[in-house]
Design a protein around this ligand. Sequence first.
Ligand code: SAH
Length: 251
Amino acid sequence: MSNYTTPLRLYVTSDLAVGVDVELSTDQARYVVQVMRRGAGDPILLFNGRQGEWQGALTSLSKKSATIHLERQTRPQENERELRLLFAPIKRPAMELIVQKATELGVTALQPVITQHTNSDRVRTDRLKTIAMEAAEQCCRMMVPDVCELVALSDAVSDWSEGDVLFVMDETGGGDPVADVMAETAGRNAGGISFVIGPEGGFAETELDLLRSLPFSKSVSLGPRILRADTAALATLTCWQALCGDWRRDL
Ligand code: SAH
């Protein structure tokens, strides 16, 4: 056993149960053994988004492989409320920041959407998935949000169920103040919650007309200043969690 006592926390897809041996991916094994210098016997926490979080000990390791022998469950699985963030692709660093921080702030799905003023129609979904996974590992979340493939804005808003709400983040001043709109929604809707943020060039007028006309949408203002798309995404999620979400004790 090395001198490290704080367990590393990793996401895996395998089933987790007492006595099971879980083999890490080559990348994870390299991270654990070579980067973080963990050795045989060191504790590791694993979660898979289905069966809670488990502690085990590192066994049989080499530079490229490592196995964890599971000993006990440390946390049960928690179900999270559906929270989807629809965002137009923006420059890579800002987009990666959205994915990392939105994961920490509790989104369950990240949906890139093509809009008329979208600067880029290429999104490296595999890279964004890795960022979401690492953020979930680090913030002690029990699931990793889905990172969906890029779709047209109109397709992303075409399929809705009773009770769902889409908050349209509207920089034109046409929306109601965020605290008012969210407070009105809290507790009233059992459906999924989604937020849509425009690209750096903003939504086209026709897109705003489409979004505002949807029966399940609400236009929201984040105040008098025009925020960058990444700031708007994180401000929106912060408001939601504080006013209506899992930062509250009573909901
Ligand atoms: N149209 C703008 C910039 C768009 S900002 C321009 O080119 O000047 C990018 C996105 O962030 C917007 O489409 C909107 O979804 C969100 N956003 C920015 N500021 C906002 C605000 N004050 N209220 C609500 N949403 C905002």
